[in-house]
Design a protein around this ligand. Structure first.
Ligand code: AMP
Ligand code: GLY
Length: 425
């Protein structure tokens, strides 16, 4: 079987490494891939948003299956386009991808079907939004409607900040079309849990839970990023919480999507907050999280390709989805200055040594003209170690990460610290 993965980050590298274990796959391709993925798959030089070109290429080259791993091509309808040319694909179609692509859609869905989430109001008119946030109870959260690379969410501690956030989003043009509608919602408190789940629209198989570390700096300070590290499983996701989530959130979400005429296939990501009133949905994503995938997939013992295909053919109830009863820790190595301004083209050393004791997934890397691997993005590498228990996994991933260097490397030094505290409590 020939399989194409669409995307070019650490998540796609983790998916490809896992798919490589499948005996059914004879050749893997990746569009566009990156400097590290090139060692594991044939890279095809299309940006993941060049959806028409990708669909045409996949048809021409007779791909048997395509894994669409990124939000943009999913929201642009790449899965629908592939279906039109007769290629089955992993991921939701365009209508189902709205669960991530539009916050207004997902919030309205949760309200209509009684799925627990933060109370909210939606605004298309800036004056009405401003009038509302001037007197609203703070802290309050202002979100751009569309995709904004995880940066379209502003937590405002007082009314002045909220006025500024609304103005920035709706008049400033900072978020382009994504900011023409905003959601203003209640501020929730509690530990955050990410749960990725395979689903074929009806059956759902949650993966091991995980904890992302979204802020750029230690102690959860600094700007929000795409994610600076992950541990799995998440100690706040107890068996009790898992049961409540299945009954009140996961199954109702699938049923809601079916009732709306857009059943969800692929990987549905539940961003949850375990509040004192129970778990609530902070956000849905229509794909694997990045870097959650880099911590969760190494724990998967079943065949990823078999599972993926079963989500497409709606036979997930027939396949085994088994995870190792172990722990993992993924540390992101980023370019200094990320998520704002950073330099690229720095030569990376120590990859081979680190790879002897950990999985080193490439995110923003490329091969330069001398055949060296150099930095080519904000998040550069994801270093994941698996161990029996979390403390060893943390130690092993940092020990491997210590072997890697490039100019102005930035990483957090406290990935997993909050989770370890949960065990003490
Ligand atoms: P999102 O892009 O919706 O996942 O939001 C990014 C981050 O902002 C989340 O991971 C939370 O840490 C935070 N956040 C979003 N919504 C809320 C909320 N209603 N209350 C508190 N924090 C939130
Ligand atoms: N790590 C969060 C995300 O993938 O959206």
């Amino acid at each position: 079987m020939k399989v194409l993965v669409v995307g070019g980050g650490g998540r796609e590298h983790a998916i490809i490494k896992k798919l490589k274990e499948s005996k059914e796959i004879s050749q893997l391709y990746c569009a566009p891939g990156n400097g590290g993925i090139a060692a594991d798959a044939v890279c095809v030089p299309y940006k993941s948003t060049e959806v028409e070109k990708i669909a045409a290429w996949a048809a021409n080259e007779k791909m048997d299956y395509v894994v669409v791993a990124q939000d943009d091509p999913l929201c642009m309808g790449l899965v629908d386009m592939l279906k039109e040319v007769g290629i089955p694909a992993f991921g939701p179609d365009k209508l189902a991808a709205r669960i991530e692509g539009s916050k207004v859609f997902s919030k309205d869905l949760m309200k209509k079907y009684g799925i627990p989430t933060a109370a909210y109001e939606t605004f298309e008119d800036m004056d009405k939004a401003l009038a509302y946030v001037k007197t609203a109870k703070c802290p309050i959260v202002v979100k751009a409607d569309g995709l904004a690379l995880g940066k379209g969410v502003l937590i405002c501690m007082n009314n002045d900040e909220a006025v500024e956030a609304v103005t920035d989003m709706m008049a400033g043009g900072k978020f382009g079309a994504s900011g023409s509608r905003v959601v203003v919602e209640e501020f929730l408190e509690g530990p955050e849990v990410s749960v990725l789940a395979f689903t074929d629209g009806t059956t759902i198989r949650p993966m091991v839970s995980s904890m992302d570390h979204k802020r750029a700096l230690d102690n959860d300070e600094g700007l929000n990023t795409g994610g600076m590290g992950v541990i799995a499983p998440n100690p706040y996701y107890t068996a009790d919480v898992a049961e409540i989530c299945m009954e009140k959130i996961f199954l109702p979400t699938l049923a809601a999507m079916r009732a709306e005429g857009c059943p969800f296939h692929g990987c549905l990501y539940f961003g949850l907050m375990v509040t004192k009133d129970g778990p609530k949905v902070i956000e849905y994503n229509c794909r694997f999280g990045d870097p959650e995938a880099q911590a969760v997939l190494p724990l998967l013992e079943s065949d990823l390709f078999t599972i993926m295909r079963a989500t497409t053919t709606e036979t997930l109830d027939h396949v085994e989805v088994k995870f190792a009863d172990k722990a993992s820790c993924c540390v992101i190595l980023a370019s200094g200055g990320y998520p704002v301004k950073y330099e690229s083209g720095k030569v990376i050393s120590g990859l081979k040594a680190a790879g002897e004791t950990a999985c080193v997934y490439h995110a923003g890397t490329k091969l330069n003209e001398n055949g060296e691997i150099v930095t080519a993005g904000g998040r550069v590498l994801a270093v994941t170690a698996v161990a029996e228990k979390l403390p060893e996994a943390i130690k092993a991933s940092y020990a491997a990460a210590d072997k890697i260097s490039f100019e102005k490397l930035h990483r957090r030094s406290d990935i997993g610290a909050r989770a370890l505290k949960a065990f003490e409590a």
